[in-house]
Design a protein around this ligand. Structure first.
Ligand SMILES: Cc1ncc(COP(=O)(O)O)c(C=O)c1O
Length: 384
């Protein structure tokens, strides 16, 4: 029998907790009425904590990419020079967005699977003093790396007046994020990853420095004009009809995060990453990334003795377990396990045990339980 529940272990969209689903199903309310304002009032202070900022977090109906485009069109104007740090397919997307807005786009490329080299950024910024903004990806979902945002941001600020713009789509809410402390000027995330919601909302934090640039920027924008969202949010409303149902869901997702405690949420993600990595090592399957800067939300695995896509096919057919494949230059070469948002160590043990069966189905000579055992040991060592 095909299991009817999709075991969704891709790095987004991620499973939605039942209580969040129920919240989303509440009857519709008028978006200009007091109920929506009260909802926004409840949400506002709590989102700040997740971003690690004192600034209000703006939300726009749209996917993560809408948030990235919003960031770019608000901080720069056609012809402005910007730098994009590319360590995978989402860094590449940021560069494409900048190019589509006619920004003069410089790219610094880093090997896919490795992370942004701070020294190279510093050197580039010293040699190019017209850069208006530097764009980078916090967790590069295509490779499972978490870039050293605080260090890169410091290097940018030391060498220039450029704004630091960060794509945190696949990690904010699941990993320690300190927008203010790190000197991040614009931070973007999406609803369908660590935030435990369906797709359709993007969240944007903006620093005071960035507001000065945004206010003075004459770039052409309408729906994506952040000034409209800021001015409306100050009055607990939105410039356009918000995704009301997703805001109901967000209210409840924030309850869940607060009940668990943000620190515990972060620790759970690190634990799930460590369990997953230990399991793959015990099964002798190479990981794409080294431990340093590995992402707590997604793990990329680069098998040598079997096809990543065949394994994905077998576990999908047998168990309805969805793992992600590789993107662009990593297509067919890796598989990726999403362990973020509504995901627990118990889920990780399930994923690993199903992967082990998949490996045997593919004829791999592994000992059943070896990966699970390694993950169990990591679990038992937690907090020690
Ligand atoms: C790091 C990162 N940035 C941007 C996106 C794009 O988000 P969306 O597909 O919601 O537009 C994703 C989605 O996987 C992502 O992981």
């Amino acid at each position: 029998m095909q299991q009817d529940v999709n075991l969704l272990r891709i790095p987004g969209p991620t499973p939605v907790p039942p209580s969040v689903e129920r919240a989303i199903a509440q009857p519709m309310i008028g978006h200009l009425g007091s109920e929506t304002s009260e909802l926004i009032q409840r949400i506002k202070p709590r989102l700040k904590k997740i971003f690690g900022t004192e600034e209000d977090i703006l939300f726009i109906a749209g996917s993560g990419t809408a948030g990235l485009e919003t960031a770019a069109v608000n901080v720069a104007n056609s012809g402005d020079e910007v730098l994009v740090l590319v360590s995978g397919s989402f860094g590449e997307r940021f560069a494409q967005i900048c190019e589509s807005l006619d920004l003069t786009t410089h790219r610094l490329n880093f090997e896919w699977g490795s992370f942004i080299d701070v020294e190279k950024v510093k050197q580039f910024m010293q040699e190019n003093n017209n850069i208006k903004a530097v764009f980078m990806t916090q967790c590069e979902t295509s490779t499972g790396i978490q870039n050293p945002i605080a260090e890169v941001s410091e290097a940018v600020h030391e060498t220039s007046d450029a704004l630091v713009v960060v794509d945190g789509v696949s990690c904010v809410g699941g990993v320690v994020t300190e927008m203010d402390e790190w000197g991040v000027d614009v931070l973007v995330t999406g609803s369908q990853k660590a935030m435990m919601l369906p797709p359709g909302l993007t969240f944007i934090g903006v620093s005071e420095r960035a507001w000065d640039v945004i206010d003075a920027n004459e770039s052409r924008r309408f729906y994506f004009d952040l000034r409209k969202y800021r001015d409306n949010l100050a009055k607990d409303t939105t410039p356009f009809t918000p995704a009301v149902s997703l805001l109901f869901g967000l209210d409840q997702a924030l309850n869940l995060i607060e009940d668990e405690g943000l620190e515990n949420v972060y620790e759970r993600h690190t634990l799930m990453m460590n369990m997953t990595r230990a399991a793959m090592r015990a099964l002798n399957i190479p990981l794409l990334t080294e431990d340093v800067h590995a992402a707590p939300t997604v793990t990329a695995v680069k098998p040598e003795s079997f096809s990543a896509d065949e394994l994905r096919r077998v576990v999908k057919e047998n168990f309805n377990l969805s793992l992600a494949g590789g993107q662009q230059q990593l297509s067919g070469k890796i598989f990726r396990i999403g362990h973020m948002g509504y995901c627990s160590p118990a889920d990780v043990l399930q994923i690993i045990s199903l992967i082990e069966i998949g490996l045997r189905e593919l004829g791999e000579d592994i000992t059943l339980g070896q990966g699970v055992q390694a993950a169990q040991e990591v679990y038992l060592q937690r907090n020690k």
